[in-house]
Design a protein around this ligand. Structure first.
Ligand code: ATP
Length: 217
């Protein structure tokens, strides 16, 4: 069974400790919330779990293998929804989603069909041909969600994936992340939104880089 495990993770920037001895896990089929005030270390933990950053101490593993590959690129079976989206602004919404599959060796025609279906899942069927730079913040955020949904990943890490969405679209996106968990992925969502955290199965709360044990559920 797929499992993300972080054990004793420490992250430093210069002299500052950003994460202190963080241990957590997310198993296949689970939707796990990572909450905490602004600056508490959620993005750092998501990036580290996704293999974008190496831990200074401890380890993050997926199915027993380190998520950090030494390059800053995530493993192909890991999908991330980044806080900054990380979309290519001069490509269309559909191209941004399709590219995630093409980069994994899927044939263009198949990738394009899957991209259209993923845009449909997040309610932006009609925006496929629009350049990302012409989209609203909430529309672009849903393109970033579609790009993560399309790859059938084993670990999906989402950093504030609904911060720009109205309630309807927020619940729709969380519903799609739930589908990914039901399909067998482990899903971790960093969020400020108590409504989003309430829809998750378990919650880890960070405060100033450390887990708050009484608020782990
Ligand atoms: N590149 C960086 N250089 C210096 N400090 C950084 C850097 N990235 C993050 N930090 C610091 O690390 C701490 C944790 O940041 P992080 O973005 O992980 O928090 P967060 O909980 O995701 O915040 P938010 O909810 O505001 O997105 C903050 O104090 C931040 O200032």
């Amino acid at each position: 069974m797929t499992k993300l495990v972080a054990e004793g993770v420490v992250s430093r920037i210069g002299d500052r400790q950003i994460l202190t001895d963080v241990s957590l896990y997310a198993g296949a089929g689970e939707l796990v919330a990572l909450t905490g005030p602004s600056g508490s270390g959620k993005t750092t933990m998501i990036n580290l779990a996704g293999g974008l950053l190496p831990p200074d101490e401890g380890m993050a593993t997926l199915d027993g293998e380190p998520t950090w590959l030494g390059t800053g690129d995530p493993r192909p079976d890991v999908a991330l929804i980044l806080q900054s989206y990380g979309l290519v602004s001069i490509l269309t919404a559909a191209e941004n989603v399709s590219i995630a599959l093409r980069a994994r060796g899927v044939r263009p025609r198949e990738a394009d069909a899957a991209a259209a279906a993923a845009l449909d899942r997040v309610g932006i069927t009609d925006l496929g041909e629009r350049l990302v730079q012409e989209l609203s913040g909430g529309q672009a955020q849903r393109v970033a969600c579609a790009r993560a949904l399309v790859v059938d990943c084993t670990l999906l890490l989402a950093d504030e994936p609904t911060s720009e969405l109205d309630e309807y679209n927020r619940d729709r996106v969380i519903g799609e992340l739930r589908h990914e968990a039901e399909r067998g992925a482990a899903v971790m969502i960093a969020t400020h939104d108590v409504e989003v955290a309430a829809q998750c199965d378990r919650e880890y709360r960070l405060d100033d880089g450390a887990l708050v044990p009484s608020l782990v559920r």
